[in-house]
Design a protein around this ligand. Sequence first.
Ligand SMILES: Nc1ncnc2c1ncn2[C@@H]1O[C@H](COP(=O)(O)OP(=O)(O)O)[C@@H](O)[C@H]1O
Length: 191
Amino acid sequence: MTRDEMMAAVKAEMPERRWTHTLGVMATSVVLAERFGGDPERAERAAILHDVAKYWPTARMETIIREQHLPEELLHYDKELWHAPVGAFVAQRDYGVDDPEILDAIRYHTSGREGMTRMDKIVCLADYMEPGREFPGVAHIRELAEHSLEQALIAGFDSTISYLLQQGKRIFPLTVAARNDLILRLREAEE
Ligand SMILES: Nc1ncnc2c1ncn2[C@@H]1O[C@H](COP(=O)(O)OP(=O)(O)O)[C@@H](O)[C@H]1O
């Protein structure tokens, strides 16, 4: 599937404002890949598809999680988390994506994970800081992203975790693991 065909098909899956967000994540992923030595073209592909399942009905996502043996633990956490692993499955099945790094960047763009690849980090951070995003702390994340992919992403995870704490919501542990891992690796690199 060409880039244009993929964009047209994904656009049809979502409301206009979410497509605008997707365009922002695409542009930001390219900038971050260029800045931090990633692959802009592949990062952009992941960005096009990252929210492909965002507006799928809950039941449809749940069926895929069960049938495809995606982590069922997800079903006990915020539904906002589901579209990411479901999106990776859809990218492979319906869009013919077979690049494991692109699929992982889609799969982990909301939760993060331990041992994030550069592409995982780029797409996840781009999702936090694309130009349309407005939330407390986003300016700080953008500042950090001028020089550190990891520090900016840690600040992104901090904002999600703080929000979940304030709301009294459960925290899917992969995000905590992702944050801990990034901090540990940064410390080790400093030593
Ligand atoms: N570790 C987590 N545990 C529980 N919910 C989470 C976690 N990480 C993210 N979320 C939920 O997912 C939302 C963000 O999902 P995201 O894909 O970025 O959606 P959007 O693009 O609409 O912000 C958060 O606002 C929160 O509700």
